[in-house]
Design a protein around this ligand. Structure first.
Ligand SMILES: [Zn+2]
Ligand SMILES: [Zn+2]
Length: 237
């Protein structure tokens, strides 16, 4: 199961005209995880146990709140809320009478607890599990499927984060020489498209000069949105 390949969703993402197909894959997984969490499954014991323990990060609790199932979210929040505050109460008390959840040598222990909690998220965890296999599938397809290689080369590149993931991961997935040739290709695609977006961004900035008021937008109208996607892996509207 852990070695599963996802050739269909990976191919589909590379079929879409966008600034980063990997961002698109992530977004699709995120959407599926949100649907799953707020669907009938939130009443299932194993899901309840997991949401109860992990809770949700800032990004995902906002997304969950934006959906229709307020009762489902309220019930999940309620049990997570109780569990976390129970632990916190124990820990806070034990800090007065040392030992317990947090060591007395670490007066910042509650901050560490809060920090840990901030990064703990059922949706993130669910997405990450499959996302890693999606990345492995990209390498598998690149190695075995000429049609995919063609698509890969014709893509508009990647966001910064996903470029770095692909670059580093090549070492694990390929032999040294295959990794080198993959990286050369990846570098070409990434930096070529970075130059393109940079030019579009320049065009966007230039349009604010009154002298260019009549100049056509060309490809610059949405350049800021696409720049943010490249740099932050984030879609803004
Ligand atoms: Zn991306
Ligand atoms: Zn999250």
């Amino acid at each position: 199961m852990s070695d599963k390949l996802y050739t269909i969703p990976v191919n589909e993402a590379f079929d879409v005209d966008c600034e980063c197909p990997v961002c698109l894959m992530y977004k699709n997984l995120e959407e599926a995880a949100i649907e799953f969490t707020l669907g009938p499954s939130y009443m299932e014991d194993d899901v309840r146990m997991a949401t109860n323990k992990l809770g949700f990060c800032k990004r995902h609790v906002k997304k969950l709140y934006g959906r229709q199932n307020r009762l489902g979210l309220a019930l999940m929040e309620m049990s997570h809320f109780d569990r976390v505050n129970e632990e916190l109460l124990k820990a806070a008390k034990k800090n007065i009478k040392p030992a317990g959840l947090f060591s007395k040598e670490k007066p910042e222990a509650l901050t560490a607890f809060a920090e840990k909690l901030k990064n703990s998220c059922y949706i993130c965890e669910r997405v990450d599990e499959t996302f890693d296999r999606y990345i492995a599938t990209i390498f598998y397809l690149y190695n075995t499927d000429d049609a995919f290689v063609k698509k890969f080369k014709a893509s508009k590149g990647f966001c910064l984060e996903h470029f770095c993931i692909l670059y580093d991961r090549a070492k694990k997935e390929f032999s040294a020489s295959a990794a080198e040739s993959f990286r050369n290709e990846l570098n070409n695609i990434y930096f070529e498209n970075i130059r393109r977006v940079r030019e579009d961004l320049q065009g966007f900035v230039d349009k604010f000069d009154y002298k260019n008021a009549d100049k056509p937008w060309g490809n610059s109208r949405d350049a800021l949105i696409r720049t943010i996607l490249k740099m932050n892996s984030e879609e803004v509207e």
